[in-house]
Each structure stands twice: as structure tokens, then as C-alpha cells.
Ligand binder design. Structure first.
Ligand code: SF4
Length: 370
């Protein structure tokens, strides 16, 4: 009821005196960086119950999904913030095909990314009866996505006009509805702007926040090498069918050595034990998995081979020999050289084949490396 009134601008329906109201809830977008930590603490310092949402996709934060409880405990122990993960993978994978506001320097659709997150946050705000949203954005901190007109465009497109507060820069922006309604005291908010970090560091000291991450990416879409790989993937680098890109595809794309075999077949090789385990875990029912049962070396995953490899036996044998030859080539060396060896190939179901193969010569596959 309170939320509805806010959205419809029925200010008079409110009791403006915060102390006489039930506890106010607000939802914060939580990247895990210092700015979002500060924003949560500044809002919470006014007695407001903060729910911090960390959005994850295969492009950022996805590994946290493996143990959400640990993530929550960690954030609470360090910052006394109640955080939770929200998986945006599905919508995000689709968004990357053609973001309405284009890309940044790399394959990063920052404006549409923020709109998507805010839309989801707003839905959750309504579902949970929270009073407003906030972010740790600082006006003018980033060249494009944090200029005032872009901030306003984002909130408009996300349907968050008036209910989105930026506690770190609030004093430089028109008062939002929660400020006007007295749900939060504007005088205790801040007026930080620009790329400098001095103000944030001073605030962190004041709030006793010491253990915060250094400002760094965390989003692979801004990494020049990985972003270029993802872009090529979206442009049809591999013959896996572009319609059904999954979160697992993106996870696979970001690990190991990547090869585009003749015919566009997609092969990923683990570079260490951890990646081998990850590849095995990400294996789908249509994938072939290859490894050396008697020697240490990489696990290879041939993505969707059951669908992309032609039914003719000759084709299958050729592909299997290339893939197995790469497994041996990157396997344990003797006197500095890779040796021939047995490779076990699991083709799904109970189909298993053992073949003795020679390492693939470097000149044969050097153009296959992605
Ligand atoms: S850097 Fe990545 S996570 Fe951040 S807004 Fe841009 S696309 Fe989204």
C-alpha cells in the first residue's frame, strides 16, 4: 500500500515522521565495490532496513552462485550488510545480442545492463514491499554511464524515476521521492562527484570500513581480450547454433584453451586440475569429453558434438583424432616433448572409446587457437 502510494505520488498518505513508521525497507544494488558498500551503510545508518542485491551473470559474479551462503556470510562479516545474489543470466544473454543503447569501449552494454538490473530491482521492490531503490553510483565517475543525463535516462527507461536514490551524490541531484517524503534525511547524504576516490576513502574511514576490494573490473565484458572473444562468439565463431546460447556456454568460453576446429567445432582444453574439473562439471549431454586415463593432462570438451558432428563415421573419426591429438599434445611431457598415448573419449550415454594417438603437430592446429 505504501509503495503504491509512493509510485502514484500520494505523498499525503504518509506519515512523514520516520520514527513513528514501521521500519522502512530499501533495496540497494550491490556490486561489492567500495561505492556500493558505502551506499548501503549510509542508508542503513538512518535506521532503514537494507536488502543488498548482487546481480550475477556468466559475465560477472557467476562463481558466487556455487556457494551463496558463504558469500552472504562474508559480506555480513566484513560490512554488516545483508546481501543476496540475483541471477540475471537469461535476460542478459539475450540483451547482448543487440543492446538498445549500444556498447562501450569493449563488448560492455553498460547502459542497458544498468536498465536491466534496475528493472529487476524494481520488480523485487514491489514484490517485497520496499520503499525505494538506491545505488552506489557517483555522478561523473565514469565517462558515459554516470553522467547526469545518462543516469536520468537509465532511471527513466527502468521505470525508476523518483524512487532511485544515489546516496553518494544525492546532494548534487534533484531530491527523490523518498527524500521528499522524509523516508530518508537528505542532509545526511553526500555530494561526491568525479573520478577521484578521496571522498569515498574518507567516508570509509569514518564508517570504519577497511577491508574493501580495490577498484577493478570484475566484468569480463570490459576486458579487451575476453570481450573480443565473447563478441566473436556472438557473431557465430563456432558451429553450435546461435539461438540457444546458454550460461554454461559463456562459462566454457571463459576458461581453458579455446580451439575452433575445421568445420567450426568448438573444443575447450583445461589448463590445470581446477579447469579440468570445471569442464567435467559443465559437460552437457551432447558434449564429448576426452582425457588420458593413464597420464596427467588436459580434459577436452567438444561442445555439442552429438549435434554438430556429421553422422558419417569418417567425419567422426577425423574429429576424434584431432581432439585426442590435442589432448596428448598438451599432456604431460617426457624430456620436454609430448608423447603418444591413450585417450578415452566419452561420447554421451555409455559410449566410450579408447584410442592411441600421436600428439597433433603445432603447425596443424596453430590457426585453430582462438
Ligand atoms: S561494466 Fe559490466 S556489469 Fe558494469 S555496467 Fe557495464 S556491462 Fe554492466
Amino acid at each position: 500500500m505504501r509503495l503504491q502510494s509512493i509510485l502514484m505520488g500520494k505523498a499525503d498518505d504518509y506519515n512523514h515522521n520516520i520514527t513513528s513508521m514501521n521500519k522502512i525497507n530499501a533495496i540497494g544494488l550491490f556490486s561489492g565495490g567500495l561505492d556500493s558498500i558505502l551506499a548501503c551503510r549510509i542508508v542503513a545508518a538512518q535506521g532503514i532496513q537494507v536488502q543488498a542485491l548482487k546481480f550475477v551473470t556468466p559475465f560477472f559474479g557467476h562463481d558466487l552462485l556455487a556457494d551463496e551462503a558463504r558469500f552472504q556470510q562474508d559480506i555480513f562479516d566484513k560490512y554488516k550488510i545483508e546481501a543476496e545474489l540475483v541471477d540475471l543470466s537469461e535476460g542478459y544473454i539475450e540483451l547482448l545480442r543487440k543492446p538498445a543503447h549500444g556498447f562501450g569501449k569493449n563488448f560492455n552494454p553498460c547502459i542497458d545492463c544498468k536498465i536491466l538490473m534496475l528493472r529487476r530491482a524494481r520488480e523485487l521492490m514491489e514484490e517485497r514491499g520496499a520503499s525505494f531503490l538506491f545505488t552506489g553510483e557517483v555522478r561523473g565517475q565514469r565517462p558515459m554511464s554516470q553522467q547526469l543525463d545518462t543516469l536520468q535516462l537509465i532511471e527513466k527507461k527502468a521505470g525508476c524515476q523518483d524512487i532511485l536514490l544515489r546516496p553518494l551524490s544525492a546532494k548534487l541531484m534533484p531530491p527523490t521521492l523518498p527524500e521528499q517524503q522524509g523516508l530518508i534525511d537528505r542532509t545526511q547524504l553526500h555530494g561526491l562527484a568525479g573520478r577521484g576516490r578521496k571522498g569515498q576513502l574518507a567516508l570509509a574511514r569514518e564508517l570504519g570500513i577497511t577491508n574493501f576490494p580495490a577498484p577493478a573490473g570484475g566484468c569480463v565484458l570490459t576486458d579487451p581480450i575476453l570481450a573480443a572473444r565473447i563478441q566473436r562468439f556472438y557473431q557465430g565463431l563456432f558451429a553450435i547454433g546461435q539461438e540457444g546460447i546458454t550460461a554454461e556456454d559463456i562459462c566454457l568460453l571463459l576458461i581453458g584453451r579455446q580451439f575452433r576446429l575445421p568445420g567450426g567445432h568448438w573444443l575447450v582444453l583445461g589448463r590445470n586440475e581446477q579447469e579440468n574439473e570445471r569442464l567435467t562439471a559443465l559437460r552437457g549431454p551432447e558434449d564429448w569429453l576426452l582425457f588420458m586415463p593413464e597420464r596427467s593432462g588436459p580434459v577436452a570438451l567438444l561442445r555439442r558434438a552429438a549435434v554438430t558432428v556429421a553422422a558419417e563415421e569418417q567425419e567422426q573419426v577425423k574429429l576424434a583424432l584431432w581432439a585426442a591429438g590435442l589432448v596428448v599434445r598438451y599432456g604431460q611431457k617426457t624430456e620436454g616433448r609430448p608423447l603418444a598415448g591413450n585417450v578415452l573419449m566419452e561420447q554421451g550415454g555409455n559410449q566410450r572409446k579408447l584410442c592411441d594417438v600421436a600428439p597433433l603437430p603445432d603447425e596443424l592446429f596453430k590457426d585453430w587457437i582462438v
